[in-house]
Design a protein around this ligand. Structure first.
Ligand code: UD1
Ligand code: UDP
Length: 361
C-alpha cells in the first residue's frame, strides 16, 4: 500500500517527523513524500529534514511565493501530476496551510482517499487563510484525525456525523514529537550560550497574517516587546515574512532578533524561557508540553483548552493587553499536569486508523 504525504511548510515537516517514523515501522506501507516548496529557506525546510531524519522528499515541486490563489493553484496542478503518476492508495495532509488545501483537492478530484491530520480545529475567523484551508480540507477528507475533544465536537456541530467520513480522536502528533525530541536532541552551542547569557528571557514568535499584514498591529506588538525587554529580555526567531515587513517599514526593535532556528534549538529555547509570547499555533501547545505559560497575540485560538485552563491568555495586538498579560503570566504558577493532547502515541493511532478505514476499502 502506498501513502503520499504532502508537506510544504515548517509545522508540517515537524508533524511528518513523527508520522513518517511510525509509517517506516510498517513494512506493508510505503510512504512517498511530496514537498510543495512553500517554505524553501535552509532554516525553514532542509534543517528539519536533516536533524529530524525525515526521509528526503521524493518530489520537490518548488512552488513558492505569489498570491494565495496563484501559489495554491500551482501546487494543485503539480501535485495532481505526481499523484497521477504514483497512484497512491491514500493521501495524507497536515494542518491548515495552502499546501494542505492543494494536496487535499488534488487527491479528491481524482478520487484518492484523503486523510487529514489535525482535523476539526476552528478559530471561527473566516478571514484567516488557515480557517478556509482547514474547513475545506475537513469537508472532503475520508479520515479525520482529531487532536482534541474540542476538535471532534466542532466536526459534530458541523454535521460531520451525517457524512461518509470517519472521525477519530488520535491525540496530537506534536506531543509525540515533543516527547521524542525532549530526550533525543542536542541544541547548538550558539543557542545554549544565548539562553545562558539572556536568562531570564521571553521567547517570542510572530508570523500570522493578521499581525504582519496589518502594520499597526505589528508596530503595536513590537512596541510592547521593546517595553518588556527593558525588564525581561525578549528573544524572537524571526519568520522571513515578518523580517521583510519589519525592514520595509523601519519598525524600531530594541530586543534580540535571530534567524529562524531548527526544532532542536527551538525546544531548547522553550525549555529555558520564562514565558512564551506568540501568534503561532504549534508553539502554544509546545509551551504547554514544556510547562510554560503562554500569551497568544491573537484574538482567537484553535487551542481553547489552554485558555480554559488558565495556561494561555489571548491579547490580540493590543499593546496594553499584551503588557498586562505579560505581567500576569510571567510568574503565574500554573498546573500543567493535565492531559489535553493524548498520550504521545498519536502517530501510531493515525496509522492504525488509516489501516482500519482507508486501506480496508
Ligand atoms: C504559512 C502558513 C501558516 C503557517 C506558517 C508556518 C498558509 C496560508 N500559511 O505561513 O498557516 O502558520 O506557514 O510557518 O499556508 N518566506 C521566505 N522563505 C521561506 C518561507 C517563506 O522567504 O522559506 C517568505 C516569502 O516571502 C513568502 C512569505 O514568507 O512569500 C510567506 O510565506 P507563506 O508560506 O506564504 O506564508 P507563511 O507566513 O509562511
Ligand atoms: N519553530 C521552529 N523554529 C522557529 C520557529 C518555530 O522550529 O524558528 C517550530 C515551533 O517550535 C513549532 C513549529 O515550528 O514546532 C510551529 O510552526 P509555525 O509557528 O511556523 O506555524 P504554526 O504552528 O503557527 O502553523
Amino acid at each position: 500500500m502506498k501513502i503520499a504525504t504532502i508537506v510544504g511548510a515548517r509545522p508540517q515537516f515537524i508533524k511528518a517527523a513523527a508520522v513518517s517514523r511510525e509509517l517506516s515501522n510498517h513494512s506493508e506501507l510505503k510512504e512517498i513524500i511530496i514537498h510543495t516548496g512553500q517554505h524553501f529557506d535552509q532554516n525553514m525546510s532542509d534543517i528539519f529534514f536533516n536533524e529530524m531524519q525525515i526521509p528526503q522528499p521524493h518530489y520537490q515541486l518548488a512552488v513558492s511565493g505569489g498570491s494565495h490563489g496563484k501559489s495554491t493553484g500551482r501546487m494543485l496542478e503539480k501535485i495532481e501530476e505526481v499523484l497521477l503518476l504514483e497512484k497512491p492508495d491514500a493521501v495524507l495532509v497536515y494542518g491548515d496551510t495552502n499546501s494542505t488545501l492543494a494536496g487535499a483537492l488534488a487527491a479528491k478530484k481524482i478520487h484518492i482517499p484523503l486523510v487529514h491530520v489535525e482535523a476539526g480545529l476552528r478559530s471561527f475567523n473566516m478571514r484567516m487563510p488557515e480557517e478556509l484551508n482547514r474547513i475545506l480540507t475537513d469537508r472532503i477528507s475520508d479520515l479525520l484525525c482529531c487532536p482534541t475533544d474540542e476538535a471532534v465536537k466542532n466536526l459534530e456541530k458541523e454535521g460531520f456525523n451525517n457524512f461518509a467520513s470517519h472521525i477519530r480522536k488520535t491525540g496530537d502528533v506534536m506531543y509525540d514529537v515533543a516527547l521524542f525530541y525532549q530526550s533525543n536532541s542536542t541544541p547548538s552551542t550558539q543557542i545554549q550560550e544565548l539562553c545562558e547569557e539572556s536568562s531570564p528571557f521571553i521567547l517570542a514568535t510572530i508570523h500570522r497574517a493578521e499581525n504582519t499584514d496589518n502594520i499597526e498591529n505589528l508596530q503595536s506588538i513590537f512596541e510592547a516587546f521593546n517595553e518588556i525587554n527593558t525588564q525581561t529580555s525578549v528573544i524572537l526567531p524571526l519568520h522571513p515574512r515578518t523580517r521583510k515587513i519589519v525592514e520595509q517599514n523601519d519598525i524600531p526593535v530594541s530586543f534580540k532578533l535571530i534567524d529562524p532556528v531548527g526544532y532542536f534549538d527551538m525546544i531548547h529555547l522553550i525549555q529555558k524561557a520564562a514565558l512564551v509570547m506568540t501568534d503561532s499555533g504549534g508553539l502554544q501547545k509546545e509551551a504547554f508540553f514544556f510547562k510554560k505559560n503562554c500569551v497568544t497575540l491573537r484574538e482567537q485560538t484553535e487551542w481553547t483548552e489552554l485558555v480554559e485552563n488558565g495556561l494561555n491568555v489571548l491579547t490580540g495586538a493590543d499593546k496594553s493587553k499584551i503588557l498586562s498579560a505579560y505581567k500576569h503570566m510571567l510568574h503565574k504558577s500554573s498546573n500543567f499536569d493535565i492531559n489535553l493532547y493524548g498520550k504521545g502515541n498519536a502517530s501510531a493511532q493515525i496509522v492504525k486508523a488509516i489501516q482500519q478505514t482507508i486501506l480496508s476499502y
